[in-house]
Design a protein around this ligand. Sequence first.
Ligand code: 5GP
Ligand code: MG
Ligand code: MG
Length: 183
Amino acid sequence: MDDTHVSSDLTQVLYTPEQLADRLKELSAEIDAEYKDKDLLLVGVLSGAVMVMADLSRALTIHCEMDWMAISSYGSGTQSSGVVRILKDLNTNIADRHVLVVEDIIDTGLTLSYLISNLRSRDPASLEIMTMFRKPEAAKSEVDVRWVGYDIPDEFVVGYGLDYDGRYRNLTSVGTLSPHIYS
Ligand code: 5GP
Ligand code: MG
Ligand code: MG
């Protein structure tokens, strides 16, 4: 997508497509090394992780499989509660598999915490997490995130898979929304 028609909707561009690609290249080299002798299964969390999954998987130079989960988290307004419902489960049996969960953003970590305990109960050989963005609050969570693209301030961001009210997922850059969009 050409982002110019939404440029007035953003107060600030935090990451350009080039910066996102460069960071993914660094992370993919580490993930390549970690899984070079292992059969890797990438698990993407719909819908936000679609762009990260597409770009990370193609930056890898090892074989991998991909599967998807869709979850909905119940919460009041914008606050995540950690109570999660699985809308679409994996197609793959992950017992004895090396699983890497691919996430768009971790805010409180409550959603991920539920997801990880659910996946762990299925006895994977290993279970790691990669996220493109992480907010400060997530650092308080017990969930150990192995690979982080960028630690960002506690602001609402859109683009590169991240939406506001269903929109902006197809922005090629990531930025903060202008207040006039909310009102
Ligand atoms: P958590 O359970 O970690 O608080 O919430 C994670 C989910 O909240 C993400 O998968 C995403 O859907 C949503 N989220 C958290 N922060 C942001 C943000 O800054 N922008 C957007 N678009 N979604 C966010
Ligand atoms: Mg997510
Ligand atoms: Mg959303």
